[in-house]
Design a protein around this ligand. Sequence first.
Ligand code: C2E
Ligand code: MG
Ligand code: MG
Ligand code: MG
Length: 279
Amino acid sequence: RAKAEGKGQHAVFAPEMHAALLDRVELAAELRDALQREALSVVYQPIVDLVDRRVAGFEALVRWPHSRRGPVSPTLFIPLAEEVGAIVPLGRWVIGRACHEAARWQRERNGRGPVGVSINVSGLQLADPAFVRDVRTALDESGLDPGILTLEITETVIMRDSVSTLARLRELKSLGVRVAIDDFGTGYSSLAYLQRFPVDVLKIDKAFVDQIADGGNDAALARTIVPLGDMLQLHTVAEGIERADQHAELLAAGCRLGQGYFFSHPLDADAAGEFLRAD
Ligand code: C2E
Ligand code: MG
Ligand code: MG
Ligand code: MG
């Protein structure tokens, strides 16, 4: 036990902090184990054309159905994976799965238009020197047309280390894949950056979608993102659409694509295939 009393300069852990730390260490070990046993899964949320509601693509989202704890949220285990050096193999596994699934959808469509797949990429994956090679391997092994694949990178990551990110994005673009800025509007991208970066898609953060139907200044601000995207010749995809009024406002603002519980929750691979066949 650390020197809890007295005026010691040593760091002192309260018992509950100690417990939380142990729990995190344990969770990290369980995550590595789950990855090794392929006990993680990937679900797919439809991205629809807001005009006719037809499926334009799917966003791949990783899931961890934990036997004892129940489902663990990626907002918890992705940062943990980053912290303990497991994000690169985890991310590689997700890309492999999602490309494989997307290639199957394309084959089953026999000629009907292509359906995209978007995959979230952590800043640490992007910084990994082997990342571009890993993406190419996933494309080669699945046979997926690179034009089908969009890699989502958050605005914060793009802004953080712009010089090396720019170089990496150019390498990725040379594979023929598309790049999206995820959670757009939550960070502080300047227009100059947006123009300089080889990105194709802006994903409007749910926070803006929540505001857009509220009226008032926030709604007005949210509506300026779509014309901004148009001006920069980027597609805009709205995230987290939960209600008909939000759908209507986004349409009125000229946003063409969106996703959210209003259209569909994320689906397992088979259900996503069904969703597509029913489209
Ligand atoms: P994100 O990329 O912004 O993904 C959107 C999140 O919003 C997903 O949460 C999705 O399930 C949720 N969502 C979709 N529609 C609605 C809606 O109408 N209402 C609400 N309240 N939420 C909605 P999820 O799956 O829990 O993922 C959370 C975050 O974890 C993702 O945010 C992404 O940053 C990260 N993540 C998920 N999968 C991966 C992955 O494979 N790799 C990496 N690096 N990060 C991932
Ligand atoms: Mg995303
Ligand atoms: Mg997002
Ligand atoms: Mg988000």
